[in-house]
Design a protein around this ligand. Structure first.
Ligand code: Z5A
Length: 210
């Protein structure tokens, strides 16, 4: 059995990850691939409990940045071993809606915990499991936030969405710096374009890579 491909989508809120993942899944399935989509935090029983704690538990508002980092890592450690690795071994393609780069930039850069510290914890959490390709949907943080607010409607922002704009600007810069360091794995796509144009760019990258 040929091992499946592992692709992650990254970017700040509202950049269009979920939208593009849906389009990609239907294209890949049309080519005969079996595809599994994961989201983080979450994707397992343990991970979904952690998601609730990280994002939606009002009593957790005094969570320290260090606890937050370890909880994201714990959710991913479970997801990798319980879901991602077995799927890849089974020949499935795995599309991850966020993976370890989110922790590097949100906790390492945004929260200021440092990318070396976060890198060590990320490595412990994922072991050898790294994406073959990461699509970074890049756009201005304020514009992405406006999209996310519009699509949320009446729902309240979660604990992380509720950060000031400077936090998301540093997250965006963190992603761009990471892409510069790892150009082979991380490909930047301009997320300001229309949904169809972004989809075409991603198709082009897939044709070239796989
Ligand atoms: N987080 C962290 O801190 N550390 C970690 O390690 C991990 C995560 C893994 C997870 O939130 C939060 O946890 C996230 C990072 C943090 N917090 N923030 N901020 P989530 O999973 O609940 O949400 P999200 O990942 O931020 O995604 P999102 O806001 O749902 O956005 P999206 O999936 O990228 O976008 P979308 O839903 O596809 O599109 C948003 C809207 O824009 C929607 O109405 C679309 O129709 C529209 N859209 C999409 N594309 C376009 C284009 N091209 N043009 C115009 N409109 C568009």
């Amino acid at each position: 059995m040929q091992r499946g491909k592992f692709i992650s989508f990254e970017g700040s809120e509202g950049c269009g990850k979920s939208t593009q993942i849906k389009l990609l899944v239907s294209a890949l399935e049309g080519q005969g691939h079996s595809v599994l989509v994961t989201r983080e935090p979450g994707g397992t029983v343990v991970g979904e409990k952690i998601r609730e704690l990280l994002q939606f538990t009002p009593e957790a508002e005094n969570m320290t940045d260090e606890s937050e980092l370890l909880l994201f890592a714990a959710s991913r450690a479970q997801l990798v071993r319980e879901v991602i690795e077995p799927a890849l071994d089974n020949g499935q393609w795995v599309i991850a809606d966020r993976f370890l780069d989110s922790t590097t930039v949100y906790q390492g850069v945004g929260r200021g915990l440092g990318i070396e510290t976060v890198g060590a914890i990320n490595s412990f959490a994922v072991g050898e499991t790294l994406p073959d390709l990461t699509i970074l949907l890049d756009m201005d943080a304020a514009d992405g936030h406006a999209r996310a607010v519009a699509s949320r409607g009446e729902d309240q922002p979660d604990r992380i969405e509720d950060q000031p704009l400077e936090f998301f600007q540093s997250v965006r810069q963190g992603y761009l710096d990471l892409a510069q360091k790892e150009p082979e794995r991380i490909v930047i796509v301009d997320a300001r374009k229309t949904i169809e144009e972004v989809e075409q760019s991603i198709r082009g990258i897939f044709e070239e890579r796989f």
